[in-house]
Design a binder for this molecule. Structure first.
Ligand code: AP5
Ligand code: MG
Length: 194
């Protein structure tokens, strides 16, 4: 089962995708965490990614794809994984579809966490990650609107998009996530029986 989480900064992708991965017993892959790790280690990818991340811009598709696909090749991802923050552009989504198709797999679902801008800003201002200062958050939101928002149509057209209301407590949001995943599972087993 391959599931991707889509949502603006602060929507709760990390919070909910970690819980879902644990619940389903599959790995959680966050490109933000992988890239922050690469920056700390000052690896070649990290050095190239640092400037974009510090300014709230997206890292280039080729660097992110390199880091994600080499992780997806690992045996623990064979039965699926939860992707948090990838894909984030239409070319990344196409690359993921291509990668899955080569292995005879399909994306199980794209879960959009929908949260108002006011709530996003409130959540991030109380967290304090390095890229959570006001100017960088606004740039991350702009990048989301410009480059990631088109993915909603991309996945909507492929009928794999599920919209989840992201306000409320973490437990309330997780119950919605579980409900959507249960429906996805039952409709995919109905398809298999046909
Ligand atoms: P990334 O690390 O993915 O950051 P982001 O998308 O900006 O999102 P956040 O991690 O800030 O928010 P989240 O949705 O995970 O919410 P969270 O659960 O933490 O990416 C960072 C950077 O890496 C990008 O800017 C880019 O440069 C680069 N990058 C990453 N992937 C890339 C890609 N594919 N292509 C190119 N570049 C890429 O929650 C936020 C806060 O709210 C937390 O404090 C949490 O505790 C709290 N919270 C969560 N849910 C609730 C709730 N229900 N109620 C109250 N508080 C809550
Ligand atoms: Mg996150």
């Amino acid at each position: 089962m391959q599931i991707v989480f889509i949502g603006p900064p602060g929507a709760g992708k990390g919070t909910q995708s970690v819980r879902l991965a644990e619940y389903l017993g599959v790995p959680h892959l966050s490109t933000g965490e992988m890239l922050r790790g690469a920056c700390r280690q000052k690896s070649e990818i990290g050095i190239k990614a640092t400037e974009a991340m510090e300014s709230g811009q997206l890292v280039s598709d080729d660097l992110v794809e390199e880091i994600v696909f080499s992780r997806l090749e690992k045996p623990d991802c064979e039965s699926g994984c939860i992707l948090d923050g990838f894909p984030r552009t239409v070319p990344q989504a196409e690359a993921l579809d291509h990668w899955l198709a080569k292995r005879g797999q399909l994306l199980s679902g794209a879960l959009e966490l929908r949260v108002s801008k006011e709530l996003l800003v409130e959540r991030l201002s109380s967290r304090g990650r390095e890229d959570d200062d006001q100017g960088t958050v606004l740039e991350r939101l702009r990048q989301y609107d410009k480059l990631t928002h088109p993915l909603l149509d991309y996945y909507g057209n492929r009928q794999v998009l599920q919209v989840i209301e992201g306000s409320g407590t973490q437990d309330e949001v997780f119950s919605r996530v579980q409900g959507v995943v249960a429906e996805m599972n039952s409709s995919s087993s109905e398809q298999a029986e046909k």
